[in-house]
Design a protein around this ligand. Structure first.
Ligand SMILES: Nc1nc2c(ncn2[C@@H]2O[C@H](COP(=O)(O)OP(=O)(O)OP(=O)(O)O)[C@@H](O)[C@H]2O)c(=O)[nH]1
Ligand SMILES: [Mg+2]
Length: 304
């Protein structure tokens, strides 16, 4: 039996530049797909909570959009979401990609992180690609802002989120550093991400997968309607693009792209919700949606 007094709970933010593997890491720790993943930067656009329920602890992870230096309006929103997720955090997982050199983004991030009142673990991810720049990352951390940061880090831990290497070790470190406390959520909660956003994100992930670099950065996916029956769900989805030419790309020749996206999305949604799914996906041209506060709000970019 668990001694109630010893139960631990806390909040952990997963922070890093775009594409380092933050969402992959979250999914690996939860052994469940909560956050979408792609090889295109700025995949995550929301703050997504993933909850790890253990016998003697509940750990609430916050996956965040990667922090970026660009100045366009969407990126500014994403940076704001990432910064806000540091409020009230017990521990930060600062994720870096050891297969690439640290640069401006890491510099900016380190300067934000050292000001936080939280424990920090540096997660050296993508070790399966070789440890080429591991020392560069460690010395970048140590030397930024006058060689005084080393003691702010609890650990450096090499992992491969994709191959699930060292993930249990990371979970143990996190648990050991959580404060004593009661659960924040029911013990069977996996995420607080609303169903419609979760479904929209799955469709966005499949668009990345099918179109890769061809996918316009400025697309958005909205779940317009969900009709639930006992064993099935009918879901109407609208993909917003900025121009007619982008609509053509999304639809593909004779609808081939949309068809592939639909098949892959349906498979994922059915496996999450254990129901038969009917997907109806449409594409709408809406110029400059990123600058329209009403649309941004409907799409779930709350802090506009
Ligand atoms: N080789 C390798 N690839 C990885 C690993 N972890 C993640 N990736 C890949 O890196 C890419 C980015 O992964 P994401 O999890 O979407 O990265 P992210 O940091 O959440 O990215 P944003 O949400 O855009 O900030 C994907 O193609 C992943 O498959 C890893 O441990 N090894
Ligand atoms: Mg992500």
């Amino acid at each position: 039996m668990t001694d109630k007094k010893q139960f631990k709970s806390g909040f952990v933010a997963i922070i890093g530049r775009p594409n380092v593997g933050k969402s992959t890491l979250l999914n690996a720790m939860l052994r469940n797909k909560v956050s979408i993943v792609s090889n295109i930067p700025q995949t995550t656009r929301h703050q997504i909570k993933g909850i790890l329920n253990l016998e003697d602890a509940q750990i609430v992870f916050l996956d965040t959009p990667g922090m970026h230096n660009f100045k366009d309006p969407l990126t500014a929103h994403l940076n704001t979401i990432a910064s806000r997720s540091l409020e009230g955090i017990d521990l930060i997982l600062y994720v870096v990609d050891v297969a690439r050199l640290p640069g401006k983004e890491e510099k900016k991030l380190i300067n934000i992180l050292i000001k936080q009142n939280a424990k920090i673990v540096m997660v050296l991810n993508k070790m399966d690609r070789g440890a080429k720049f591991i020392n560069n990352h460690i010395s970048f951390w140590k030397n930024e802002d006058g060689e005084s940061n080393e003691d702010l880090l609890l650990y450096y831990l090499p992992v491969s989120a994709k191959q699930e290497k060292n993930i249990d070790e990371l979970k143990t470190i996190i648990k050991n550093n959580m404060p004593l406390g009661e659960s924040f959520y029911d013990k069977d909660t996996l995420t607080d991400f609303p169903q419609n956003f979760r479904i929209a994100d799955i469709v966005r992930e499949k668009l990345f997968l099918v179109l890769s670099q061809e996918l316009p950065h400025s697309i958005a996916v909205e779940v317009n309607t969900i009709e639930k029956k006992k064993n099935s769900m009918y879901i109407k989805i609208i993909i917003y693009v900025q121009r007619q030419s982008q609509k053509k790309i999304i639809i593909g020749k004779k609808g081939s792209v949309l068809k592939e996206v639909g098949i892959a999305s349906r498979a994922d949604i059915e496996s999450i919700y254990k129901k038969k799914v009917f997907l109806d996906i449409g594409v709408t041209v809406l110029s400059d949606w990123q600058r329209k506060p009403r649309i941004l709000k409907e799409l779930g970019y709350w802090w506009v």
